[in-house]
Design a protein around this ligand. Structure first.
Ligand code: FE
Length: 209
């Protein structure tokens, strides 16, 4: 019986897989057979993807909060600013950082599929890819934010940005009030994945550990 090893090193009998997964493995087998890819290429790409996480984004945001000159550079040239922190964003075509203010909140969606700044935030959450989110974030962004717990006064403008294969966005959330005494590392713990997609603000206080 043929088996397939997933990205976590587990073997699954092929007949237990979904049709989509079977197709992926069939394509993989062909690419290997034709010599287009090697097992090592696949494994190193899996490792690269797994190593990306919102921790990267949080590091960028916290630095921007404590260092106004870095924030300026981040907005002017996001890829170069990421490189300063050892974060490689060169895989993104165009990369734009959207700064939230008291008067303007940004929210990111990909209405077509699931375009997302993966080098910065890792893999997107399932809800980001859902038809529901892709549609409702455009029709009723305030309603969606409300469901994440962010209720904005009417005089705050909400701007929705539609990502594509060519352009990816990172929201720079507002630094929460009363966090003047926190270190950069502590500040980074306030920066959630969802606050960098823009559906909520950064956490108002440090989470319990
Ligand atoms: Fe997409």
């Amino acid at each position: 019986m043929s088996t397939s090893v997933d990205g976590h090193g587990h073997e699954h009998p092929r007949h237990e897989l979904s049709p989509q997964a079977k197709r992926i493995y069939a394509i993989r087998d062909l690419l290997l057979e034709k010599g287009v890819l090697t097992e090592k290429d696949i494994q190193s790409q899996i490792e690269y993807q797994e190593a990306r996480s919102p921790v990267n984004g949080a590091k960028i945001v916290a630095r921007a909060w404590v260092d106004p000159a870095f924030k300026e550079r981040l907005i002017a040239d996001p890829k170069a600013a990421c490189a300063e922190l050892g974060i490689d964003a060169t895989a993104l075509n165009e990369f734009v950082v959207l700064e939230n203010t008291e008067k303007v909140r940004h929210m990111v969606v990909c209405t077509l599929c699931s375009c997302y700044p993966r080098p910065i935030l890792g893999r997107p959450p399932d809800w980001y890819k859902s038809f529901n989110y892709r549609q409702r974030s455009v029709n009723d962004p305030r309603g969606v934010m409300g469901e994440f717990g962010l209720v904005l006064p009417d005089d705050v403008e909400v701007r929705v940005h539609d990502s594509t294969a060519d352009i990816r966005y990172l929201v720079l959330p507002l630094r929460p009030k009363g966090t003047e005494g926190l270190s950069e590392t502590e500040l980074a713990r306030l920066v959630t994945r969802d606050s960098m997609i823009g559906v909520m603000d950064a956490l108002p206080k440090l989470p319990e550990t």
